[in-house]
Design a protein around this ligand. Structure first.
Ligand code: FAD
Length: 314
């Protein structure tokens, strides 16, 4: 028996959430942990540090194109080849499609958004309704796929041999039918959905002219900036920064909600953050119910002082 973990690459390195998936795969204790990766990530050695006995590296340049048809064929083919009983992935926009396709062609039961290890019967807890509830599902098939929610796993090292072997998947003629022609993204800023720290502002900031408060603090922390829905509806900030149920779901280690009331639709997008810090002048604002740390006070007084203190400390 073995476990196969898919390592997703972003900006040339293995994503932190994929390292969490690796730790999860190792914690299953279902035999050797293998990893599959395409490309040559700068932090490939991390895979060995976190438990991969063998890393199957795809050098076929066509895999730079993130086509889930090709990846699902590669992943299921490798899982069969090494006799894996479980495939583990980190939940992301790409792996949502990869999980569905692989589950179909590998004939496996899949659970997505998983937040804990299974019990001995393979009952497994997952987050549902954008983090507002949990459900436990039973995976009763022989082959299983687990897509782990970001920040659900505490990362601990388990050094393994991490032998890198070349893997040339055989893919069907249907693979690579979708090609990315171009990608446009905001440059010089941290990508909101992948950010480890997010500084978000709400209507409490009063207007776009005050956004320097948010961006200055974000710059000091190397953070992405976000906002509540009304802020983007009012065109104070672009729509791609809108966080929440109808916007971007974020899972950073640290989320600052500044002048944000904490409406349920906003909280739905931040509930998988590890630590939430709220700054709000209303002590009864609902955001304090979900915040780990809170400062009651005027953002216009607090944020510049906090930014200055961070600048000196970092
Ligand atoms: C179908 C639907 C979907 C929605 N989806 C989303 C979504 O995805 N994301 C989202 O964000 N919202 C969403 N909303 C809107 C949501 O219900 C709230 O209206 C919105 O989140 C409120 O934004 P806010 O907290 O910035 O503004 P407000 O509710 O106006 O809150 C402003 C906060 O700032 C505080 N404040 C004011 N001045 C200061 C100051 N000087 N210093 C510190 N604090 C101050 C106030 O005490 C208050 O708590 C959705 C609504 C609906 C109906």
């Amino acid at each position: 028996m073995s476990v196969l973990v898919f390592l997703e690459i972003s900006e040339g390195s293995i994503k932190k959430s994929s390292i969490e998936a690796l730790v999860y795969g190792h914690s299953l204790q279902l035999g050797d942990v293998h990893a599959m990766v395409a490309g040559n990530p700068s932090n490939l050695d991390e895979a060995a540090k976190f438990g991969a006995v063998k890393i199957h590296s795809i050098s076929d340049s066509r895999f730079q194109n993130m086509d889930s048809v090709a990846y699902s064929e590669a992943l299921s083919g490798l899982a069969t080849q090494i006799g894996a009983s479980v495939i583990v992935l980190a939940k992301s926009a790409f792996t949502d499609s990869l999980t569905a396709r692989t589950s179909f062609i590998w004939d496996a039961a899949a659970a997505t958004n998983v937040v804990s290890l299974p019990d001995s019967e393979f009952n497994i807890k997952r987050s549902i309704f954008t983090g507002k509830a949990f459900e436990t599902v039973a995976l009763s098939s022989e082959r299983k796929i687990i897509s782990v929610r970001k920040n659900a796993v505490a990362v601990t090292e388990s050094p393994a041999s991490g032998e890198v072997v070349s893997f040339q998947p055989s893919v069907s003629s249907k693979a690579f039918a979708i090609k990315t022609i171009s990608t446009e993204k905001t440059s010089g800023e941290v990508l909101l959905s992948d950010a480890e720290i997010v500084v978000s502002g709400g209507r409490g900031l009063k207007g776009p002219e005050n956004w320097g408060l948010i961006s200055d603090m974000a710059k000091v922390l190397g953070a992405a900036t976000g906002c509540s829905k009304p802020v983007s509806d009012l065109h104070w900030r672009p729509h791609h920064e809108h966080v929440g149920q109808t916007g971007i779901k974020v899972s950073p280690n640290l989320y600052f909600a500044i002048g944000i009331s904490g409406a349920i639709q906003h909280v739905a997008g931040i509930s998988s953050s590890k630590v939430i810090v709220a700054i709000n002048k209303d002590a009864d604002a609902p955001i304090f119910k979900v915040a780990n740390y809170g400062i009651v006070g005027d953002a216009f007084e607090i944020v510049p002082k906090l930014t200055q203190a961070l600048r000196e400390a970092l």
